[in-house]
Design a protein around this ligand. Sequence first.
Ligand SMILES: Nc1nc2c(c(=O)[nH]1)N[C@H]1C(S)=C(S)[C@@H](COP(=O)(O)O)O[C@H]1N2
Ligand SMILES: [Mo]
Length: 236
Amino acid sequence: MAPDETPESPSPEEAVPLTGKVREKLIETKQAWAREGRLLTGEAYPLGGTATRERLPPGQTLVKDWPVLDLGVQPDVARDRWRLRVEGLVQAPLRLTLDAFMALPQAELVNDIHCVTQWSRYDNRWQGVRARDLVEAARVKDEARFVAFTSYDGYTTNVPLAEFIRDEVLLAHSWEGRPLTRQHGGPVRVVIPRLYFWKSPKWVTRIELLREDRPGFWEVRGYHNNGDPWLEERYG
Ligand SMILES: Nc1nc2c(c(=O)[nH]1)N[C@H]1C(S)=C(S)[C@@H](COP(=O)(O)O)O[C@H]1N2
Ligand SMILES: [Mo]
């Protein structure tokens, strides 16, 4: 996709179609693995991610490089056309340009990431805006309980609001001091390190605060709705 073809940030009424040629075969394979329970070790740590002292979740292998995983479509989102909407159950909906986003309080965080396909990568240094600060700026309403994300490739995922506003959750624009590359979700991606990495949308454009949960792309294809790596919540 050429830079001037940045898709419009979708409006809430629109269902976002998956853009371009997604890798149907890959999606089918992953769905089949979910049905069969592949990759499960059966050795979940009973306390789960918020309390365990184990750094590496069960069944995971450490990698030094950083694999790229997505549906095979990497939208080319021009920096001046990127928009982030925060809407739904909020008193002050946001529609931010990248400049406005960069003007929010900035944070630098180091954390580990864990992909459901069994790789983990330690000590990723991100720069960006804390999810909590963003949610506060939008003045979330009391009845909001869940968050749904939409990305420029049409990908969706979901988390409880309580997971999203944890200290270590970030909307990252940079990694190791450099702007996040397109393949890893630039200009801006979400990073939710305590959950499997499919819960961390790349090329994010919309964050909706909801009363009821709304399962996303992989969640409706057999992946676990919560996705705690220490509980081995791969499939659900
Ligand atoms: N928009 C979007 N975000 C996405 C995905 C995707 O296909 N589209 N894939 C998810 C999955 S399954 C993983 S493991 C991580 C991979 O991120 P990476 O390519 O930066 O390693 O992104 C997640 N976020
Ligand atoms: Mo993944």
